[in-house]
Ligand binder design. Structure first.
Ligand SMILES: Nc1ncnc2c1ncn2[C@@H]1O[C@H](COP(=O)(O)OP(=O)(O)O)[C@@H](O)[C@H]1O
Ligand SMILES: [Mg+2]
Length: 357
């Protein structure tokens, strides 16, 4: 992947994007980048063509278009070799989620708008998919920003993350789906107020993104392994980040005035699932299939505790959560531009028209 002198990925060019997406989308700028794809803020050409489409109105039509960059050039090779960067599995997963998710659950996943899968690509296109934009940033940046500020992530925010993502995972597992690529870079912090579960409580909505590695659930232990090896591990890192007192000897419940016994039990439970250094993979899998995480799952004792405590936000926590949620975006190297402005939308449309003429 091409990088600039600061190690920041260089976006595919606008013409590449336009060619790949068959001229259907006007690219604005890069929203994010993973190992297989680039995601651009973009607007559908149809929306731009609407007679009353002013930049102010078009802001509301911005979506996220994911282009499988490594397919952009050797697309023919890709098809012959059944390249793993094809997006067929991801489109299948997002279609299934679109059909099955109800109510709030819709907000915990990318919402698919339209797509071109690898099998339907002409040699000049690459697979792409358009989805509703998530107005926010990756969880990785929230953690990094908390480190810059040297503060623990406030308990209510940890509990809230835990509850929302556990509900999302349950939805997937109940519907015979496995996420597989669960990591902080594939979780987005959605700061749009209209998506907040508790309006006025400064808790963002968390979205599980990137279904590129999606597979049908197989094997009885798969959900447990996915929870333990991926989810509980992420949550443990998140909960213990700068919470040095958590590692203190035994249950020194009063060591930090913000931590009660529930927190210690919760964190100790999470830590049980983290693979100890040097433990062979097979031994680890055998170990976690024996561990019981029913208290942590939806309806379980610790889950219900987290659900209750996420909304008990004291003023100092509130202040930190507000800073983290508002300013972590500045720590993202790719999003140094933030969300597109009207001027940027107008310029993108002008450039698009010039290119197409
Ligand atoms: N719907 C979306 N709205 C806004 N940004 C997004 C959206 N989906 C993905 N992104 C951004 O793009 C990045 C790469 O997307 P991802 O699906 O994880 O690609 P990859 O499969 O290459 O890892 C994400 O980490 C995130 O920053
Ligand atoms: Mg990713």
């Amino acid at each position: 992947m091409p990088l600039d002198s600061r190690g920041v990925p260089i976006p595919v060019s606008r013409p590449d994007f336009i060619l790949s997406t068959q001229g259907k989308y006007v690219p604005i700028f890069l929203a994010g980048q993973g190992s297989s794809a680039q995601v651009w803020y973009a607007i559908s050409r149809k929306d731009v063509a609407a007679s009353d489409a002013s930049p102010a109105k078009l802001i509301g039509h911005i979506c996220a278009v994911k282009v499988n960059i490594f397919n952009a050039i050797p697309v023919v090779l890709t098809k012959i070799n059944n390249h793993p960067n094809d997006n067929t599995a991801e489109v299948m997963a997002l279609s299934k989620i679109r059909d099955l998710a109800q109510g709030n659950m819709k907000k915990r996943f990318p919402q698919l708008l339209e797509a071109l899968t690898g099998g339907d690509c002409k040699p000049t296109n690459s697979p792409w998919l358009a989805m509703r934009v998530v107005h926010g940033f990756e969880l990785t940046h929230l953690l990094r920003f908390a480190n810059i500020l040297s503060c623990p992530v406030p308990e209510p925010l940890v509990y809230h993350l835990f509850v929302q993502l556990m509900e999302g995972l349950k939805f997937l597992h109940d519907n015979d789906m496995a996420k597989t690529d669960l990591q902080a870079a594939n979780i987005m912090v959605d700061i749009a107020l209209e998506n907040a579960e508790f309006p006025g409580l400064c808790l963002p909505n968390f979205v599980l993104i990137d279904f590129g590695g999606y597979c049908e659930k197989n094997g009885v232990h798969m959900p447990k392994i996915e929870r333990a090896n991926l989810y509980h591990r992420i949550m443990s890192a998140f909960a213990t980040n700068n919470h040095t007192c958590v590692n203190a000897v035994e249950k020194q419940v009063n060591i930090c005035k913000n931590h009660d016994e529930n927190w210690h039990i919760f964190v100790e439970m999470l830590k049980k699932y983290v693979r100890p250094d040097g433990l062979p993979w097979n031994t680890y899998i055998a170990m976690i299939t024996l561990l019981d995480d029913k208290d942590m799952r939806v309806g379980g004792k610790l889950f219900e505790m987290a659900k209750t405590k996420r909304i008990q936000i004291i003023p100092s926590d509130r202040k930190i959560i507000e800073i983290l949620v508002k300013d972590a975006v500045k720590d993202s190297p790719i999003k140094r531009n933030g969300f597109p402005s009207e001027e940027e939308v107008a310029k993108a449309i002008k450039d698009f028209r010039t290119y197409m003429s």
